[in-house]
Design a protein. Sequence first.
Length: 403
Amino acid sequence: MFEVAILGFGTVGSGVAEVIDRNQKQLLREIPEGVHVKYILDLRDFPDSPYNDRVVHDIDIILNDPEIRVICETMGGKEPAFTFSKKALEKGISVVTSNKELVDSLGGTLAVIAKEHDCSYLFEASVGGGIPILRPLRTSFAQEFITSVTGILNGTTNYILTKMETEGLDFEEALKQAQDNGYAERNPEADIEGYDPCRKIAILASLVTGGNVKYQQVPCEGISRIDKQDLAYAKSLGRAVKLLGVCRHDEETNEVYVRTAPYMVQEGHPLYSVNDVFNGILVHGNMVGDLMFYGSGAGKLPTASAVVSDMVECIQNMGRNIDIGLKNTDAVLEDPEEYCERYFIRTGEEDKDRIAELFGDAIEYVTAPASGEIAFVTDMISCRSMKEKTAKLSAFKKAIRLL
Ligand code: HSE
């Protein structure tokens, strides 16, 4: 048996044990000796769990056992996850994780340590839950220059927006349903303010460019200010509001534009039909064109399945590093204020005369506006220009980007 250890026996960690046990037969096809969870590290004991006899409270028991050659870190948070992962990698033990916070902040550092010690640091489950996306980027796109990645990367907010759109629920009602169904993070702020998808697009942008993109560098806006009227406007434009992580990679300059924000997505676009808790990630390679990845972006077993897929790859590559192309250098970011997009804008009727003066003739007015409002769509303008112009509208309400 190939012995592994799980650090953190929460939702994903216990899911990893379940995937390994329930799908041992499937794993045997890839790992003929079989895979066995020898240790589970947690502060707690689990007297009612069949795994309780494997629970330990001291990381050194795991790190000093020569049988352990792969560790699965599902603790979450930066510490002690970083220290434990670093110590393991320095001993040549590969680490697989779903911990997007750690990957986003110190993934490059850990990837370099893994390389120096002929082992691997993989984190497929940190983006898109069960959807294979990081491995395809590294393998299937090896011959490609990836020009863009655009994703619905948060199931909770996609569920909320879908409920608001299809059942006419208010934001608060839809959020409550998401919480009742167990979708929202412990702190719903991470989902609804966009921090969770922002970390995920930062990880994707890092892999696309090979340099680190930290989520603090990524402009981030969630869906808490989206209301039912926005969805009605989107519908009248043949669009749906989606919270997107966007990464545009310039083939000539190698600069990358990254953002998380709500967008009005055109009907017919592959992301338009991604509803409920599902995630969808559209990748464009300069040779292959568009490829779409779709599936469960969250949940115990889908996420655990992605962790175990990394485990399998590590076991199959024992003694050598799986190069994920991440260096410990910073990516070159394009100034997001200068990036040009089209905007949907809502303002008060009193701004009627100022609109054409500020935005020119290329604007399209949206019919059936809410009472007392004017709504229109701009031509391509920079974020800086949009902010300067809307600051001159006396009754400006909001701007939403178009895709
Ligand atoms: N809360 C996240 C989501 C799942 O709703 O997509 C974990 O990343």
